[in-house]
Ligand binder design. Structure first.
Ligand code: MN
Length: 602
């Protein structure tokens, strides 16, 4: 008996998302598509929330244009995307008309296979997306977001798979985003799935704990039909088992994939060179890290969390945050950690660590979660925390999108003439702020992709400007390496001199001056808070909204600002009752911890 195993390569989506903060550009994908198309993969994963986000936010590429180019360059291979159920590619639930419009456009532009998951494994949040995929005549894959907890039993996962089968799915995927699967647990789960439902079983497992290849082998022995791999130069660690390795492992056995190792070698070498181009996005958190079996944080999230912590100057708190994450997860009833719950739990854990007191600050997303706004929690949530977070507000138990009115008309009106197509409206719908900015910059002809640093020669440290002064150097801070370029020096005035730098490609302005009350990064001139009436934040972030104006009277505990950090929003409250005498921020401002943002006189 022989049974061919089908392979999906994640090189164009999850592999670079897990290893390079999702930065691979279309220009580095297209030259190899001819070879990729000849391999005979069952599918290539090419699209998802993070790739879409990175295109619009950093690369200044139209993600729909990328999809059309890949479609044209890969005529013989199924293109696959990852869809967050009712969240689509965003961080909130969309109304059903947006879900239908998005799926229809993704299908028209080239997606054949939709892997659809819900962060809570609440299948009510999958139904409309599955129906839309079937209406477009495409492959709907129902997904189990794999996690471990007292409530995540094999019976529970099998029951979920049967529900997805009944909803019309064409296949079922075990999505082990964090690398939590162990070989024997995988074997048992796959065996149960094959015995109790009839859909083909796909196994997507990250190698974070160094176990994924073993898990896939046990899955195959127990009847799994498909595996996800990554070409070897983008494999292992927080990515997936190497394609060439799995093909070689199965070669000549009853499970032979039939793929050519010679052709795969050429593709592996191509991407080996590509990876070097993106060296500035390599993180120290992408190697095998067995702690994932304790903290459950998925690879994509570790890589992004590390980048975000680095941006906020708080990378040294990483271990504390990783220890707090499972505690927050338990308080919330054991949600799997995958977008958006990974970000919700991760950011709340970060706040708990940074504030020195658990739940001193509770993000708006945690409040919404505790109200049932993301669906039903897998386990029991901490009732005391729920009451602390939402007071006497109602908890919903219906499908969250049942409470949403159609939104497409409003979205079309909001973005107006900046949208040249329905796809543009959907870009704006997925990412309102960066989507609008992208469309505005495109209109103005000012789209500027972030800078890729030259590939450093081994050991290279400094070069010299025309005047013999070093203008670029590499520094090490707590084991993190940064590349600093001096791009300009201001005239000395009032004892201060401005230096304009680029650190790992990010522009920075530094003011050298005698130590005084003007501190902090950026060009902020705000003073440091020193009185109870000085409203400040504990996190660097952006101002989403200012809720008061000068002259207003506020109560103690009244929300006065909404800030955004790490994609999560938080209310900042007045510490004392009194009158607002000064406001030093406006919507969109970047702020640093401890700065006086609003002054209140009691
Ligand atoms: Mn993944």
């Amino acid at each position: 008996m022989s049974k061919k195993i089908f392979v999906t390569d994640t090189i164009l989506r999850d592999a670079h998302q897990s290893l390079l903060a999702t930065r691979m550009r279309t220009e580095d994908m297209l030259p190899i598509c001819d070879k990729l198309d000849k391999v005979g993969y069952w599918s290539l994963e090419v699209w998802g929330g993070a790739t879409f986000d990175a295109c619009v936010r950093f690369l200044k590429e139209d993600p729909w244009e990328r999809l059309r180019k890949l479609r044209a360059a890969l005529p013989n291979t199924r293109l696959q995307m990852l869809l967050r159920g009712q969240n689509l590619l965003g961080y909130r639930h969309y109304s059903d008309d947006v879900v239908k419009a998005f799926v229809a456009k993704a299908a028209v532009n080239g997606i054949d296979v939709f892997r659809i998951f819900d962060a809570m494994n609440d299948v009510r949040n999958l139904r409309v997306a599955i129906e839309a995929v079937k209406a477009a005549g495409k492959h709907a894959q129902g997904t189990i977001a794999y996690t471990t907890s007292p409530v995540h039993t094999i019976d529970a996962f099998v029951a979920q798979a049967k529900q997805m089968e009944a909803m019309g799915c064409d296949s079922v995927a075990i999505k082990d985003m964090a690398g939590l699967l162990t070989p024997f647990a995988t074997g048992e789960l796959v065996k149960a799935l094959k015995a109790e439902q009839s859909l083909p079983v796909f196994v997507h497992s990250h190698d974070t704990a160094g176990l994924a290849a073993m898990c896939q082998l046990k899955a195959i022995e127990n009847g799994a039909d498909h595996i996800d791999t990554a070409i070897s130069s983008f494999a292992w660690g927080t990515s997936h088992p190497g394609t060439e390795s799995m093909v070689a492992a199965l070669k000549g056995s009853e499970f032979d994939t039939g793929l050519s190792l010679e052709l795969l070698q050429e593709i592996g070498l191509y991407f080996y060179a590509v990876r070097k181009k993106y060296h500035q996005f390599e993180s120290e958190f992408t190697a095998v890290d067995t702690r994932v079996q304790v903290n459950q944080v998925p690879g994509g999230m570790i890589s992004n969390l590390a980048n975000q912590l680095k941006e906020q100057g708080a990378l040294n708190r990483m271990n504390e945050v990783l220890a707090e994450i499972p505690r927050v997860r338990e308080d919330l009833g054991f949600p799997p950690l995958v977008t958006p719950t990974s970000q919700i739990v991760g950011t709340q854990a970060f706040f708990n660590v940074l504030a020195g007191e658990r739940y001193k600050t509770i993000t708006n997303e945690v409040k919404l979660y505790l109200q049932g706004g993301y669906g039903k929690a897998p386990g029991v949530v901490d009732e005391k925390l729920r009451r602390q977070a939402i007071g006497s507000e109602e908890v919903i138990d219906v499908r969250p999108a049942d409470l949403l009115k159609p939104e497409m008309t409003k979205l079309r009106n909001d973005i107006g003439a900046l949208a040249k197509s329905e796809e543009d409206v959907l870009t704006y719908a997925m990412f309102p702020d960066i989507g609008r900015k992208f469309l505005e910059e495109r209109e103005a002809g000012t789209l500027t992709p972030e800078v890729l640093l030259p590939i450093p020669e081994a050991g290279a440290v400094a070069s010299a400007s025309g005047e013999g002064v070093p203008t670029e150097f590499v520094i090490d801070v707590h084991g993190e390496t940064y590349r600093v370029d001096i791009t300009g020096v201001g005239v000395k005035a009032e004892g201060k001199r401005h230096f304009y730098l680029s650190i790992d490609g990010m522009p920075e302005e530094v003011v050298f001056e005698p130590l005084n009350e003007f501190v902090g990064g950026g060009s902020s001139k705000r003073k440091q808070a020193s009185a109870p009436g000085h409203v400040s934040t504990t996190m660097p972030g952006n101002i989403v909204d200012v809720l008061v104006k000068e002259g207003d009277t506020v109560k103690a505990g009244q929300p006065v600002l909404i800030t955004e950090a790490m994609k999560m929003e938080t209310e900042v409250q007045a510490a004392i009752a009194g009158k607002v005498t000064a406001i030093h921020v406006a919507k969109g401002d970047r702020v640093n911890p401890g700065e006086i943002l609003i002054e209140i006189e009691g």
